[in-house]
Design a protein. Structure first.
Length: 263
């Protein structure tokens, strides 16, 4: 019994130290500048926002934006791939300073994170194999629908009228896995961010199709710890500068062939 009591006290001590440590996490721009780097959390399979090129280098629209912000701050940007299902835990534990990777602003996430101003518009698109008989959302009744776990797509499907009529909602760690299973026929359709879906379709002509129906419109933002509103405000100001001097448009045109940055 005494041994168990000592183990329990030790475990509580670890949690206590972790809680105290959270008070020392960088919350402002000055904290980041004093440390000399900022840590950006991302899913490194989410093209074209943040993903690996054929040489294994991390590239993407959000990657370029973050690097430009870091350059203007005079700090190093360190990118940290994370488990998307654990993104809030990673943020609150201090292993990352922000989530910058096609992160949809939702009501539930607003309770867990401080968000930047929205910078891109998006929809939750329905992708099917080319030549599929699925033409409208109601055709999904009785079928298997794939989503990424803990994604805005999962939330949107759960809140939809079609949810109770689905055969099964299949959850994947990454969209790459979901699309692979779509090709294999394990699922009949995938709900995916239009930003990513359109990019994948452009790289794989004739492989996929998109339905006109979608699971709702939304906007992307950068997610910070709730206590980091000062850091959020300062990065908002830098992004506004990038919009005004045309840098944001240049980065957008590089990845989308047009300026889709919200102003």
């Amino acid at each position: 019994m005494k041994k168990l009591l000592l183990i329990g006290i030790a475990i509580l001590g670890v949690f206590g130290l972790a809680a105290c440590g959270n008070n020392d996490l960088p919350q402002s721009l000055k904290d980041i500048e004093d440390r000399g780097y900022m840590i950006v959390g991302l899913d490194d399979t989410f093209a074209p926002m943040g993903f690996r090129d054929n040489s294994g280098n991390l590239v993407g629209f959000d990657v370029d934006l973050a690097k430009e912000v870091g350059m203007r701050l005079g700090v190093e940007v360190r990118f940290q791939p994370i488990d998307w299902d654990a993104k809030v835990l990673e943020l609150n534990a201090g292993t990352i300073d922000m989530i910058w990777n096609g992160l949809t602003i939702t009501e539930s996430r607003l309770e867990e994170m401080a968000f930047s101003n929205p910078y891109l518009a998006n929809t939750q698109m329905i992708m099917v194999k080319a030549g599929s008989d699925i033409a409208v959302m109601n055709d999904l009744a009785g079928l298997k629908l794939g989503v990424q776990i803990s994604s805005a797509a999962e939330d949107a499907v759960n809140a939809s009228d079609i949810f109770d009529d689905l055969g099964e909602l299949v959850k994947f760690d990454t969209y790459n896995s979901a699309l692979l299973e779509l090709q294999n026929g394990t699922v009949d359709a995938v709900v995916i961010d239009e930003i990513m879906g359109r990019y994948i379709m452009s790289q794989n002509e004739g492989v996929y199709e998109a339905l006109e129906d979608n699971f709702g419109e939304e906007e992307y933002g950068i997610g910070f710890r709730l206590e980091s509103s000062a850091l959020r405000d300062e990065i908002n100001a830098i992004l506004n500068e990038m919009i005004e001097d045309g840098t944001a448009a240049e980065i957008s045109e590089k990845w989308f062939d047009e300026d889709i940055f919200l102003t």
